[in-house]
Ligand binder design. Structure first.
Ligand code: ACO
Length: 320
């Protein structure tokens, strides 16, 4: 017995911001952004919140799966940009969709958030602690970007993706999850500082910073190794895989991973051109787009792989 994804959903904010739009408010250009990253536009929230996007993606996934909110007994949300420290985004989703019987909690694994949430849901399902899980990746990254730092803010966007997961005979067959906390500071966003009566620290807001070249090196070495381990665990070989749904950080990372795996880049679907990098949301949004375009047929072998802050990575091999 394993765990199977039986439905997907996603939500992108209404407002489209193109590279040309950004070039009107900062010193950048469509040529710089698209040639280095593959990103042409991203969606940014205006009215939407992290919880509202997650709830909408969840509703669409439930509809796609033909499952009612009442049947959900576990909600795990991967996010680093919840609207509140407490309640969790997962508890807000529970209330918004009326999943009264669910245990709900958030998990922080940055861009690997959906993969960590999926593997956690798998463990709950296999331990018979839950029967039907909702796994969500959601981010409002625009609120943790320094919009005066053109080297980071142009890369990211906002949005949510969700999957309904159930126990089944076929589904997940390989999992490789890992962390390297020693390298955490190459991609970091500080939390609020302590300002108790004994400690007075800087109260200015602090934003995301990144050593882009170190992140690049980490991604192009770790991701192919992780994919090899997960595919081997599944008893498969790389040519058996129909699609590699990777975290959408940067087209150059994806091209390099494809080359290192000796696989045509055509097997790597892309959403970063119209979404940018949405951290924990990027893998489930991509999967939902593939599903709704009819790219996935029952029995297909798919790899999903997330990587990023922590540093963390997570790869799953599954049969659709
Ligand atoms: N527009 C125009 N110029 C810019 C911009 C911009 N938006 N941002 C930076 N520049 C300039 C810099 O100021 C610098 O100018 P200088 O040479 O005069 O000093 C020049 O461009 C080069 O800057 P670098 O930061 O060295 O740019 P680099 O070539 O490394 O490209 C990039 C940056 C695309 C982020 C690259 O490092 C990369 O691909 N990193 C991979 C990591 C990644 O994609 N992270 C995404 C998030 S992490 C994750 O999701 C896992």
């Amino acid at each position: 017995m394993t765990s199977r994804i039986i439905g997907t959903g996603s939500y992108l904010p209404e407002t489209v911001v193109t590279n040309d739009d950004l070039s009107k408010i900062m010193d950048t250009s469509d040529e710089w952004i698209s040639s280095r990253t593959g990103i042409r536009e991203r969606r940014l929230v205006k009215e939407e919140t992290t919880a509202s996007m997650a709830a909408e993606a969840a509703k669409r996934a439930l509809e796609n799966a033909g499952v009612s909110a009442d049947e959900i007994d576990l909600i795990i949300v991967g996010t680093i940009t919840g609207d509140y420290v407490t309640p969790s985004t997962a508890c807000e989703v529970q209330a918004a969709i009326g999943a009264e019987h669910a245990v709900a909690f958030d998990l922080n694994a940055a861009c690997s958030g959906f993969m960590f949430a999926l593997s956690s849901a798998h463990a709950y399902l296999q331990a018979n602690l839950a029967k039907t899980a909702l796994v969500i990746g959601v981010e409002t990254l625009s609120k943790i970007m320094d919009w005066n730092d053109r080297s980071t803010c142009v890369l990211f966007g906002d949005g949510a993706g969700a999957a309904v997961v159930k126990r089944d005979e076929v589904g997940l067959s390989g999992l490789d999850i890992g962390s390297d906390g020693a390298k955490g500071m190459v991609l970091a966003c500080p939390n609020r500082t302590n300002n108790n009566p004994l400690v007075q620290t800087d109260k200015t807001l602090r934003y995301t910073y990144m050593d882009g070249q170190e992140v690049y090196k980490f991604a192009v070495t770790t991701v192919p190794e992780s994919i090899h381990r997960a595919v081997e665990q599944a008893g498969l070989e790389i040519p058996d895989i129909k699609y590699f749904a990777l975290h959408q950080a940067n087209i150059r990372i994806i091209q390099s991973v494809a080359k290192r795996l000796r696989v045509s880049v055509d097997k790597f679907p892309i959403s970063l051109d119209h979404c940018g990098n949405i951290s924990a949301a990027s893998v489930p949004i991509l999967l939902d787009e593939m599903n709704r375009k009819g790219m996935l047929e029952r029995g297909d072998k798919i790899v999903m792989s997330g990587f990023g802050g922590g540093l963390t990575w997570g790869t799953a091999v599954l049969t659709w």
